[in-house]
Write a protein that binds this ligand. Sequence first.
Ligand SMILES: [Zn+2]
Length: 278
Amino acid sequence: MEDFFDSVKAGFVSHAYIFLGCEEATYGKAKIFAKTVNCENSELAPCGFCKNCRMISSGTHPDFIEISAIGSSIKIDQVRSLIQIFAGMPVEASMRICVIREAHTMTPEAQNALLKTLEDPPTRSAVVLLTDNLKMLLPTIISRCQVLDFGSGMAGGSSISPDMRKMMAEMVLHAIKNPGFEPGAGVNQVTGIREDSEKLLDFLASLYRDILAVKTKSGANLINGDLADIIGQCAEKISAKSAAKMLESILYQNGAAKSKGNQNLIWYNIFLKLREVV
Ligand SMILES: [Zn+2]
């Protein structure tokens, strides 16, 4: 995909893109794109040290705007506010970049609102839609964007970010260590994060598979080798039988998530089970 950034550097910039791939990778590419377009050292772009590059990196640039799902979706009001910003002139940069993270979570109304802007884009703004699920975007939206596939290669076999993996693992450890852990609190924590339940449950399943691997001293490589410390601590607290029961329950709930079951109920059952098996 280096060709793409070369062509951007050469000044070929369109007004609407879809960056296809996992959130972590595409978000990184969106920042590189914004820096390449706005870098003050055009020959080195993105140099990484000019004011524009640094502010985009740190997420403080007034012309690098992003929106993401509130709860499980991006609402029409969020898109409307974005369109307003999108239409105005950039404050400091030569081009304003608006990023829509997990663009597939836009409601149909939100997508329709965005569509109007894509039909008649302002000259000094570009919108970048990040998604790993093209099917959820209106065909009319897709047709107005340049689609770039950054692959959905997942680091460490996991489709959620390292931070989120660590957070989930720590939540499991916390629940295991605290018998009085309230399932409702876990539900709130999980449903408050921007990630779909299937991916989180996939990760949880891999985590319990690892706990089981440690418990049974199977010598198998851990899927989540980077979380070996937390996995070890979990393994100290629960029996192999409990870990197996938990894994079975996670896989069962994952089936429910795939058939679009009630998210709150799915997670409530998970946390209830977590407490039960300790
Ligand atoms: Zn720069």
